[in-house]
Design a protein around this ligand. Structure first.
Ligand code: F6R
Ligand code: MG
Ligand code: MG
Length: 364
């Protein structure tokens, strides 16, 4: 059977500050999605949170970009916003940029990652959700999973993966996409995806049969609203096993807490720390950036799970390393490379400071 796997997320209010999700908001979301399930719109759903982001994981048969599913997510976020306002949570409704829903949540604030596929005999899927970072955070992860034989043994020894994968890359500034074929175009692709805030991996397909393997959310709130109104804490969906990378190959890149953008005020670099659901509450200097992994087995679209994939001592060392890196990079204070380059900062006083000091700049 063909199943659509939709993850739609938004920050609709933080508890306390931007650090976490109030449990009542999750309850409101669950009630809303339960009603939709009873009506037959959804096959199944799971509500999770990463930091201050509410994550709606839904399965159905309506296909991607469906207005009923997007409408349901929008209505759910609105109900949660009402609750967030009642509790005076921080930044209630911050990612709902418009008052009126027009058929698709894209461009309206929430982040979206959706894929439709024929459910296999056994279909393991992992959803990664991050807070205090941006979709570019997935670039190195996806590169390692689907193109690096030092990470993914299957690229070398599994005949069904040996042909490689195709990567669809989005240029977020020009709104253009380009597809690269791995491994033969590896060096060309790395020129682009190394620039994580400019070129973002949107989808990955298996080359042999074009089957979809991964999809990420790429909505950039800063460009959506014409200015930076909030970060685009991203989500990523990956299919695993039997011709796709094994679950362990998909998790392996997270053992290295690489540097990502988005810490404190969306304006600092920091290490991406893989944590259990319980530990996804970025608090130190509003961070460091966190990622959780929710694993599911699909059974005729039903979500068997979630399994908390980073609730495993084998990621303790990555967490420890992330803390050491945090201590190191924090000591840079307002200096790059801890602070982002001027043009990438979410908040900046530069125009005001420039305006005040412009007459004092003399020809050098
Ligand atoms: C939000 C975030 C935080 C905020 C910071 C200031 O996702 O990363 O670091 O940017 O707490 O928030 P405001 O400007 O709302 O006081
Ligand atoms: Mg927030
Ligand atoms: Mg957030």
């Amino acid at each position: 059977m063909k199943v659509t796997f939709s993850v739609i997320k938004a920050d609709i209010g933080g508890y306390v500050g931007h650090s976490s999700m109030h449990p009542e908001l999750k309850e409101v979301a669950k009630t809303s999605l339960e009603e939709a399930k009873k009506k037959g719109l959804l096959i199944d759903f799971c509500v999770l949170a990463c930091g201050d982001d509410l994550e709606l994981i839904m399965t159905h048969t309506k296909g991607v970009d469906n207005s009923e599913i997007h409408g349901l997510a929008w209505e759910t976020f609105k109900k949660c916003t009402d609750k967030a306002k009642e509790l005076k949570l921080y930044g209630a409704g911050q990612d709902l940029l418009s008052d009126a829903f027009s058929g698709n949540v894209k461009g309206m604030g929430p982040g979206v990652a959706e894929m439709e596929f024929e459910e296999r005999k056994s279909e393991p899927v992992i959803v990664f959700m991050a807070d205090k970072t941006s979709p570019g955070a997935w670039n190195m992860i996806l590169y390692k999973i689907f193109a690096d034989p030092f990470n993914t043994a299957g690229l070398v020894i599994d005949p069904s993966m040996h042909d490689g994968f195709k990567f669809e890359i989005l240029d977020v500034y020009e709104h253009k996409v380009i597809t690269f074929s791995m491994p033969e175009e590896l060096y060309d692709m790395l020129v682009f995806i190394g620039a994580m805030e400019h070129f973002i991996i949107k989808r990955v397909y298996r080359k042999r049969d074009g089957e979809i393997a991964a999809v990420s959310s790429t909505e950039k709130l800063n460009f959506l609203a014409g200015k930076y109104v909030g970060k685009d804490d991203p989500v990523l969906v990956i299919r695993c096993q039997s011709g796709f990378p094994a679950v362990g190959e998909v998790l392996e890149p997270f053992a290295f807490p690489h540097m990502v953008a988005g810490w404190m005020r969306g304006s600092h670099h920091g290490p991406l720390m893989p944590v259990s659901f319980r530990e996804a509450n970025p608090s130190r200097f509003d961070g460091p950036p966190r990622v959780i992994g929710a694993g599911f087995q699909l059974a005729d679209g039903k979500l068997i799970g979630p399994r908390d994939m980073f609730d495993d001592p084998s990621f303790d060392e990555a967490r420890r390393m992330a803390n050491v890196i945090s201590d190191y990079i924090r000591r840079h204070g307002p200096f790059e490379p801890h602070r982002l380059p001027l043009e990438e900062m979410e908040y900046t006083t530069l125009p005001q400071v420039m305006e005040r000091l412009k007459d004092r700049f003399q020809k050098a």
